[in-house]
Write a protein that binds this ligand. Structure first.
Ligand code: GCB
Length: 628
């Protein structure tokens, strides 16, 4: 009986190690194609969906869609694509209906699409901007690959499998685990699902896979550096589709042409073995919050070399890029050679009614609220936010700190966890390193200074520096509460030391803060990347009453007074702009929300502390803090 069952289409019920079969083909940073400026064909919309608590789609291979046995008898399937309910992609499934609010398992998404090639040799790329957390993608019954990480994009070359009529199945598993990044304990809501855009991109067989164009960080503002990568897939049906990968183009030779009409730049770049690099003389108008100047940049590639001999243009991409220099020297940060104080605030990717799904409008609203507060810098906590954020910040002149979710309780001594963290960091950097607005990469937040954590996080710093020579690297560190010192061995590896402190809140003895700052002699700039306290919007009372706006206001007054007098603080980002959903926060004022926002979760009511920050930032625009 047992064998009989194991031999039939239900065999998967006996499988314990079934997941390994899906982990062989990885969708990761190595196959990521820079899709900026390319035409996309959306697969957003209504997908069929079912929560799959026991992961039966992957155990029992539902995605193969085998409806009949070998003799042609219809099988009693446990799934029903078209009969399932529909869910909007992109969206956080938790907010789709009340029963799903706390759902953290696997969810199966499916839809069909039709495809008609426009050119004979074109490649087709399937792109997911973000799905939480582990996502296995199947097309026409075959596995394309699996991606780990809830907040970074991934893509697969599906040219060898795509037909006219296609079915995609995507299983995305939002389970929390101590072996993930982030791990199982976070101070935010674990939204699940395909919550960012899904789309197709057509590519020529030889295409521009990536580019990195920036101002040389040498203090002269007169050289633009460009690195270009070309991929050669070798034509349809020859790519290694089981890996879903995009070949690196190891043997492509030819010439790339980089054009920046606004700077009269027309530079040929030799491409050898898929790579080309150049240093170009140019004097761009520098990008800054006051003058967010962007230049149109185009890159084309030809195997023949643009001289009319062999072959035409194989591919061309367009981008809009700002040129600026960000540096740390001594205890100060310099933007385009000028000392800056970062007037910031932290923000989660969490919206009262959209969850982790973002629209251009919510990004613009966030930036408007920042500007109303007289701020010009955002810490995008604690994981990569939607790709559009940095694009809009480029246009709006907002400085950004971007972060990977190396957050509490990480399994620092586990090599697979490191690989996951490094991959998420790489995907973020590859996605956003052409964005002038991003000035700081953060390799994580608030972890105790142990040997394994130091090895792990310094490895990430090293990776960030390898992929990008034009930004500062930081992390939000803890302070030494016993000795009242800014002290963390990771600081030796960082360009800027970030610290989170909650004096006057978690540690009610506020007087420790001025002592800590006076005791410390950091050799690098320090950012106070978090401080604050909770207040229920509309809750009034005395200054000493916890959870009131009045208490929060006083806390902000005391904090900012101290910061003003500390010469080595190069910027601050209070915790946080908006209240956000958080299942750990269960008292009567919190009711499932972290209430440290300066504005309520509905993004409507400003709390009293908002105006303290507004006044403080107005003053900080003009104050010469070196005299304090
Ligand atoms: C922190 C964390 C942040 C929390 C915040 C809080 O230090 O970095 O994620 O939400 O404190 O409110 O406790």
């Amino acid at each position: 009986m047992k064998n009989e069952k194991a031999g039939n289409f239900q065999a998967g019920i006996h499988s314990t190690g079934y997941e390994s079969e899906y982990l062989e083909a990885r969708l990761d940073a190595s196959s990521l194609v820079n899709i900026t400026g390319r035409e996309t064909e959306s697969l957003n919309g209504r997908w069929n969906f079912a929560p799959d608590l026991y992961d039966t789609c992957r155990r029992n291979h539902w995605y193969r869609d085998e409806r009949f046995d070998a003799s042609g008898n219809e099988l009693p399937l446990d799934y029903d694509w078209e009969g399932w309910e529909r869910i909007t992609v992109p969206s956080s499934w938790n907010l789709a209906k009340p029963e799903l609010l706390y759902f953290e398992g696997s969810g199966v998404y499916t839809r069909t699409f039709r495809y008609f090639p426009k050119t004979k040799d074109e490649r087709l790329l399937l792109v997911f901007e973000g799905a939480a957390y582990r996502t296995s993608v199947f097309l026409n019954g075959k596995i394309i690959g699996t991606h780990d990480g809830a907040s970074t994009p991934f893509n697969a070359d599906i040219s060898a499998i795509v037909k006219t009529d296609n079915r995609i199945v995507a299983v995305t598993d939002a389970r929390r685990s101590p072996l993930r990044i982030p791990a199982d304990n976070t101070d935010w809501f674990n939204y699940g699902g395909i919550y960012r855009d899904v789309y197709l991109v057509r590519l020529p067989p030889v295409f521009i896979k990536d580019w990195f164009v920036r101002l040389a960080p040498d203090g002269n503002f007169s050289t633009i550096l460009a690195d270009i990568e070309i991929a050669d897939t070798g034509g349809v049906n020859s790519g290694d589709i089981t890996a879903g990968g995009v070949n690196a183009g190891g043997n492509v030779n030819g010439t790339a042409l980089l054009e920046i009409p606004g700077l009269s730049v027309k530079q040929k770049i030799a491409v050898k073995d898929g790579k080309g690099t150049a240093a170009i003389s140019a004097r761009p108008e520098l990008w800054s919050p006051e003058n967010p100047k962007l230049y149109d940049v185009s890159i084309s590639f030809s195997a023949g070399g643009f001289d009319g001999t062999a072959g035409g243009i194989a591919d061309m991409v367009m981008d809009r890029i700002g040129f600026r220099e960000i540096k740390a020297k001594g205890q100060e940060i310099f933007l385009n050679g000028k000392k800056v104080f970062l007037r910031g605030v932290c923000v989660h990717e969490d919206h009262f009614s959209l969850g982790k799904t973002t629209t251009a409008e919510t990004i613009r609203e966030t930036i408007r609220d920042l500007k109303e507060m007289n701020g010009s810098y955002l810490r995008l906590a604690h994981y990569p936010h939607d790709r559009r954020f940095a694009r809009i910040a480029d246009e709006e002149g907002v400085l950004l700190w971007e972060e990977v979710p190396v957050y509490w309780t990480v399994a620092f001594d586990n090599p697979a966890v490191y690989t996951d963290a490094e991959n998420q960091l790489s995907e973020l950097l590859l996605r956003d390193r052409n964005r002038a607005s991003v000035i700081i990469w953060s390799v994580g937040n608030e972890n105790a200074d142990t040997d394994s954590r130091l090895a792990f996080m310094s490895g990430l710093v090293q990776k960030a520096k390898t992929l990008d020579d034009s930004r500062l690297v930081s992390a939000a560190c803890l302070v030494n509460h016993e000795k009242l010192l800014i002290q963390d061995r990771l600081g030796d590896f960082l360009d800027v030391i970030g610290i989170n402190e909650y004096y006057g809140w978690y540690d009610p003895d506020f007087e420790k803060l001025p002592r800590l700052l006076a005791n410390s002699k950091p050799e690098k700039p320090v950012l106070i990347c978090e401080f604050g306290g909770d207040a229920r919007s509309g809750q009034r009372g005395s200054k000493d009453q916890l959870w009131t706006e009045d208490h929060q206001k006083q806390l902000y007054e005391k904090q900012t007074e101290v910061f003003k007098k500390c010469p080595y603080i190069a910027g601050i980002s209070p915790w946080i702009l908006y209240d956000f959903r958080c299942p750990r926060r269960l008292n009567r004022y919190q009711e499932g929300f972290n209430r440290k926002g300066l504005i309520d979760a509905e993004r409507k009511k400003r709390k009293a502390a908002f105006y303290v920050m507004q006044k403080f930032y107005e003053a900080m625009r003009y104050l010469d803090r070196t005299n304090c």
